[in-house]
Design a protein around this ligand. Structure first.
Ligand SMILES: Cc1cc2nc3c(=O)[nH]c(=O)nc-3n(C[C@H](O)[C@H](O)[C@H](O)COP(=O)(O)OP(=O)(O)OC[C@H]3O[C@@H](n4cnc5c(N)ncnc54)[C@H](O)[C@@H]3O)c2cc1C
Ligand code: SF4
Length: 655
C-alpha cells in the first residue's frame, strides 16, 4: 500500500494536529498531512472512521463517533484489567464507560460529561503504563470535539450511523516481531514471577522459546519505546530466562489440542524453524504431521549452522522435544527428491505439504583457485563442524564476507585451533551486514576484521591453498538507495599468506526436491513463489515458507511463516477459502499508520539501567564451544521486566 496525503478526511485529531472539515464543501477540505489512513481495510470494506492511541480520524460525516469511542474504550478497559498494578487506570476506564452507558439511556448530566473528561485526564496522570497514558486520548477528543454528539445522543437524537467495527490490541514491540509475540504480556508475567505463564504466552505463537531467546536478532528491541528513555528492554534475554526456568524446574509443557472440523495428513519438508513451527501449530489443530529431514540432526540451521557457543545442542533438542511430544513425527536422514518424492508421499495419503528446505547451497566467489583443498564454503564448514567432522584448516584462515555466517565461521575456526583467523570484507565496518553484537563478540575474541579488501585469486602450492591475492577497495558516494559501491583501488594488490579460505557470501536453495509432479514455480532469485498471506505455491496442496521463500533471513521470520502456513494448510484441509484474514489486514494497516514512532518523546520519571547478560571471558571462550552468553538470575530478570512500559496500543475502526 502506498502512502498518500489524505484530502478526503472530514475530521482528524491524529498526531496532535486537529483538522476539522465538518460542514465544509469537500472541495474546500483542508488536508491532514500527518495522517495516511488507507482507503480500504479489506478489499471491499472502506474505512469510514478510525480511533486509536493518537486520536480520532473520520472519513465520513455519517459516523456515530460516540458508539465508536465506546467500542474502543471497552477494549482498552479489558486490556487495562489484565494488569492491576495501578488500579486507577481500570477504574477510570470503567467510570468513563459508565458515563457513556448513561448517555445511551439519556441519563447523563452536564456534570457527568465533565466527569467523563476528568476521569480520562486522571487516568493519564495517575497511570504508570502506556495503556493509561495513551488509552484515553480518543475519549478526551470525543469530549472536546464531539460534545454536541454526546449531548444529542443523550437526548435520544441520531448522531450518525453505527458501523461494523474491527479492534486490535498491539504494541510497538509486538508489531515489530514477525510472529507478533505478546511481549508486554509475557514481560508483565515475569514481573509477577509467573514464569510458566509467561512461557505459555510465548508458546501460543512460538514453539522454540529457548532457541529464539538465544539467537533472535530481536527486531522488537529496535522498536522498544523504553529506548527513548534509556535503553531498550532486553526482550530476547527475558524470553530465554522463562525458557530456562522450565528446564531448571524440570516441568513439562502442557498444550491444549483443539482439533479442526476436518483433520488430515501433512508432510513438512525440512526440520528448520519454519517446519517445526508449522508442524507444532498443525498438531495443535489435530492434524497428523510428519517432518522429513535430510540431515541426521533436526533443527535446520539451528542444528547445522548456528554454532554451539551461541546455541547449545541441548536447548535446541529441548525445544524440539516439546513438539515431538505433541505427536509430530520427525524422519531424519530422509531427502525428499532422492529417498522419497512428493508424488510417492501423495500416494501414501499425504494431503498437504509444507516446503521449507531453507537455503543451504553456498554461493561461490567465482575466483581462480576456488576448487583447491583448503577452501571450505562457510555453511558447509559450519555444518561439517556441527556434524562432528574433523577439520583442520591450519593456522592462518581468511574468512571472506561481512554477514553473520562469516562471523560464525571465523569464531568457529578460532575455536578449532586456528591461531590466526580473520575476516576480509570489501566494504567498511559500518556497511557490514552482520549484527553489531556479533561483530563486537568477534572482536572481543581478538579476531581481526580487515575492511575494504577484496580477494582477487587464490594461490596454490601442491594443489593446496598457499596464499590469497587481494586488492584494496574504496567506497563510492552513496547511490539512491544509500549504499556505497566498493571499487578496486588500481595497483593496490597485495598477497596474504593463508592456510585456509572460507568464502561466506550467501546461500541459495537446492530445488532437487521438486519433481515433475510439482507445479511450483521459482522466482528469478531462486526462491519458490507463494501467494501473499496464505503461502500457497502454484501447486494447490503445496505451501512454502522460511528461507526457501525469502532467501536467507532469520529464525523468527521463518517461524512466523511456519505459523502462517499452518493456518493456510488447516483451511485447505477444511475446504475453506484461502485468503487474507483480519490480522493480515491489520498488518497492512500498521505499515501505513505505524505503531512505533521513532521521534516520540517518552516521559518516565526515572532512568533504569538495562541488565546486560554476562559473558564468558574471551580467554575461556576461544578454546571451547561452551555457551558464551549466560542467562539472568531470577532477581535480574524481574528487575529487567520492571523496566517495561507496557506500551499497549488499541485501535478500533469502522467500515
Ligand atoms: C551460520 C548461520 C548463523 C545464523 N544465525 C542466526 C541467528 O543468530 N539468528 C537468526 O535469527 N538467524 C540466524 N541464521 C538464519 C536462520 O538460521 C535461518 O534464517 C533459519 O534457520 C531459516 O529457517 P528455515 O526453516 O526456513 O530453514 P532451515 O533452518 O535452513 O531448515 C531447512 C531444513 O530443510 C532441510 N532440507 C533441505 N532440503 C531437503 C530435502 N530435499 N529433503 C528433506 N529435508 C531437506 C535442511 O536440511 C534443513 O534442515 C543463521 C544462519 C546461518 C547459516
Ligand atoms: S517498553 Fe515494554 S511494551 Fe514498550 S515497547 Fe518496550 S518491551 Fe514493548
Amino acid at each position: 500500500m502506498t502512502k498518500r496525503i489524505m484530502t478526503d478526511l472530514v475530521f482528524s485529531s491524529w498526531g496532535g494536529q486537529v483538522v476539522d472539515n465538518r460542514g465544509l464543501d469537500p472541495q474546500a477540505f483542508e488536508p491532514a498531512p500527518l495522517v495516511h489512513l488507507p482507503e480500504f481495510f479489506k478489499p471491499d470494506e472502506k474505512i469510514k472512521a478510525f480511533v486509536g492511541w493518537d486520536g480520532i480520524i473520520l472519513r465520513s460525516a455519517d459516523v456515530d463517533v460516540v458508539d465508536l469511542v465506546k467500542t474502543y474504550l471497552e477494549v482498552v478497559h479489558r486490556v487495562s484489567s489484565d494488569c492491576n498494578k495501578c488500579n486507577y487506570c481500570t477504574t477510570g476506564y470503567a467510570e468513563m464507560l459508565d458515563v457513556l452507558k448513561d448517555v445511551y439511556h439519556g441519563e447523563a448530566s452536564d456534570e457527568d460529561l465533565e466527569f467523563f473528561e476528568n476521569s480520562g485526564k486522571a487516568v493519564i496522570e495517575s497511570s504508570k503504563c502506556t495503556i493509561g497514558k495513551a488509552g484515553p486520548t480518543p475519549a478526551l477528543h470525543l469530549a472536546k470535539y464531539f460534545l454536541n454528539d454526546l449531548k444529542k445522543k443523550n437526548q435520544g437524537e441520531a448522531v450518525g450511523s453505527v458501523g461494523a467495527y474491527y479492534s486490535k490490541v498491539t504494541a510497538p514491540c509486538m508489531d515489530a516481531c514477525p510472529i507478533h509475540l505478546n511481549v508486554p504480556k509475557y514481560i508483565e508475567l515475569i514481573k509477577n514471577a509467573k514464569f510458566a505463564d509467561s512461557l505459555a504466552v510465548i508458546r501460543e505463537c512460538l514453539p522454540l522459546p529457548g532457541t529464539v531467546g538465544r539467537v533472535c536478532y530481536h527486531p522488537c528491541e529496535q522498536h522498544c519505546r523504553r529506548a527513548h528513555v534509556d535503553e531498550a528492554i532486553a526482550i530476547r534475554a527475558l524470553k530465554r530466562f522463562v525458557a530456562d526456568q522450565e528446564v531448571t524446574s524440570e516441568k513439562q509443557p502442557e498444550f491444549q489440542v483443539n482439533p479442526s472440523t476436518r483433520t488430515g495428513k501433512v508432510a513438512v519438508i525440512g526440520a528448520g524453524p519454519a517446519g517445526l513451527t508449522c508442524a507444532f501449530h498443525l498438531a495443535l489443530k489435530g492434524h497428523q504431521v510428519t517432518i522429513f529431514e535430510k540431515q541426521p540432526l533436526n533443527g535446520g540451521m539451528l542444528a547445522v549452522g548456528i554454532p554451539d557457543y551461541r546455541l547449545p545442542q541441548a536447548v535446541r533438542e529441548g525445544d524440539i522435544k516439546a513438539i515431538t511430544d505433541l505427536g509430530v513425527e520427525i524422519r531424519s536422514g530422509v531427502t525428499i527428491g532422492s529417498d522419497l518424492t512428493i508424488e510417492k508421499l501423495r500416494g501414501e495419503g499425504y494431503q498437504a505439504f509444507f516446503l521449507c528446505i531453507g537455503a543451504h547451497e553456498c554461493k561461490t566467489l567465482g575466483l581462480e583457485g576456488e576448487e583447491l583443498s583448503g577452501v571450505y564454503p562457510g555453511v558447509d564448514f559450519l555444518r561439517d563442524v556441527k556434524l562432528g567432522k574433523k577439520i583442520d584448516l591450519g593456522n592462518r584462515v581468511a574468512v571472506i564476507g561481512g554477514g553473520n555466517v562469516a562471523i560464525d565461521a571465523v569464531r568457529t575456526a578460532l575455536r578449532l585451533g586456528s591461531r590466526e583467523a580473520f575476516i576480509l570484507y570489501r566494504r567498511g565496518l559500518e556497511e557490514m551486514p552482520a549484527h553489531e553484537e556479533e561483530i563486537a563478540d568477534c572482536r572481543a575474541e581478538g579476531i581481526q576484521v580487515q575492511t575494504l579488501v577484496n580477494p582477487v585469486r587464490i594461490i596454490a602450492e601442491n594443489g593446496k591453498v598457499k596464499a590469497l591475492e587481494c586488492i584494496r577497495m574504496a567506497l563510492e558516494a552513496p547511490d539512491e538507495s544509500g549504499r556505497r559501491k566498493p571499487v578496486p583501488v588500481a595497483g593496490s594488490e597485495f598477497v596474504l599468506e593463508v592456510d585456509g579460505v572460507i568464502p561466506a557470501l550467501g546461500q541459495e536453495s537446492d530445488w532437487a526436491c521438486l519433481g515433475p509432479e510439482c507445479q511450483c514455480t521459482l522466482s528469478e532469485w531462486g526462491t519458490v513463489k507463494v501467494k501473499p498471506y496464505t503461502l500457497q505455491t502454484d501447486d494447490p496442496d503445496i505451501f512454502a515458507g522460511g528461507d526457501a521463500v525469502n532467501g536467507p533471513k532469520s529464525v523468527i521470520e521463518a517461524a512466523a511463516q511456519g505459523k502462517k502456513a499452518a493456518q493456510g494448510i488447516d483451511r485447505f484441509l477444511n475446504g475453506l477459502p484461502l485468503k487474507a484474514d483480519q490480522e493480515d489486514f491489520f498488518d497492512d494497516l500498521f505499515r501505513v499508520i505505524p505503531v512505533y514512532d521513532p521521534q516520540e518523546e517518552v516521559r518516565v520519571p526515572d532512568k533504569l539501567e538495562r541488565k546486560t547478560l554476562s559473558k564468558l571471558s574471551p580467554e575461556t571462550r576461544n578454546n571451547s564451544f561452551e555457551e558464551v552468553e549466560q542467562g539472568y538470575s531470577t532477581k535480574e530478570a524481574v528487575t529487567e521486566a520492571e523496566r517495561c512500559l507496557r506500551c499497549y496500543r488499541v485501535v478500533t475502526l469502522s467500515v
